[in-house]
Design a protein around this ligand. Structure first.
Ligand code: GLU
Length: 320
């Protein structure tokens, strides 16, 4: 058995499903060519932002124009930010504006659709299967660096005016041998699972954003975290796995995600998935003292959709 196979079994002893299993479980949707599948993928933090409503409207409209599917996926991997009732609030918040997803959740919290679970906290085994597969292929490894060690590395990088992060010679745990890993595991040291990025900073990638046109950026060379210490995936891994297996054709999302798209395209490629098309939408802006700025959740009460309701604006005006 190769070291990477042994490592995969060591880290994920209970994962017995294979990538092929999920390919069969979640087959291609078999929709006519050109049919668009989109999703609205909020975190259930109990606050419908006007920008999120705008995104959901775009996502629904883009799909419906082609007779496609618009679904709701709850991205609840950050339990600290979550509120009770978060899902119901999202579903009701959307419904108040006439947005009812084709798959996802009903107001009573029940799920519907063939590509679920539509809640990331219920998809642990799927993510772990792909984390195991990447490990098996030598594309992921456990990193035992503590917060303090990472801070020290960052301080050195900053003092030497270098790019910060876990890459190249800074990626200390990249070269740990199987025996060293075993020894760390035996002492119960916590670890995250990192991508062993094959990217080179000096190489460039490009993609065509459906809204913004051609975008070029360096390849990703950072060994990003795929699974956190508790085994929960980061956005990057969850995005690739979910949007592949829910068969999303167009990822419509806020343009704050543009700079991570090199990571996402790399992950789709390494996982052997066809990447979706990306449409990055601009944030809602506010005019203030003759200039424009992004509307802020912290500063502007009108960032919350509920604000308009409270002030008596009819929903048609908000949609407009
Ligand atoms: N949960 C992510 C967010 O709320 C979703 C981004 C996306 O649409 O992919 O920012």
């Amino acid at each position: 058995m190769s070291d990477t196979n042994a490592l995969a079994d060591l880290l994920f002893p209970s994962i017995t499903k294979t990538p092929e299993y999920y390919e069969i479980l979640y087959p291609e949707r078999g929709l006519p060519e050109g049919t668009v599948v989109t999703r609205y993928a909020p975190s259930p933090t109990g606050y419908l932002h006007i920008g999120a409503l705008y995104a959901a409207m775009n996502e629904q409209r883009v799909a419906k124009q082609t007779g496609g599917i618009f679904y709701l996926r709850i991205e609840d991997t950050d339990k600290k930010r979550e509120i009770e009732d978060g899902i119901a609030q999202i579903v009701n918040g959307l419904q108040a504006f006439g947005i009812v997803p084709d798959e996802g959740f009903a107001p009573d919290g029940s799920e519907y659709g063939q590509y679920g679970p539509y809640q990331q906290s219920k998809r642990g085994e799927i993510y772990q299967t792909f984390a195991k597969e990447l490990t098996r292929q030598g594309l992921a490894y456990p990193c035992f660096c503590s917060e303090e060690e990472l801070n020290e590395v960052r301080a050195v990088q900053e003092s030497e005016k270098l790019r910060t992060g876990y890459y190249g010679k800074w990626a200390k745990c990249r070269e740990l041998s199987l025996d060293e890993i075993k020894a760390n595991l035996q002492t119960g040291k916590p670890y995250v699972l990192r991508l062993r990025s094959p990217g080179k900073e000096e190489k460039r990638i490009s993609f065509t954003d459906v809204i913004k046109g051609k975008i070029e950026m360096p390849e990703n060379d950072q060994d990003l975290v795929l699974l956190k210490k508790d085994g929960i995936p980061t956005y990057h891994l969850a995005h690739a796995v979910d949007d592949h297996f829910m068969r999303t054709t167009h990822v419509v999302r806020g343009d704050e995600w543009i700079s991570s798209t090199n990571i996402h395209l790399q992950l789709f490629w390494l996982l052997g998935f066809k990447p979706p098309k990306y449409a990055h939408i601009a944030p809602i802006m506010k005019e203030e003292n003759g200039s424009k700025r992004k509307i802020s959740k912290r500063k502007d009460p009108e960032a919350a959709v509920l604000f308009y309701h409270g002030e008596g604006y009819p929903k048609e005006s908000v949609i407009e």
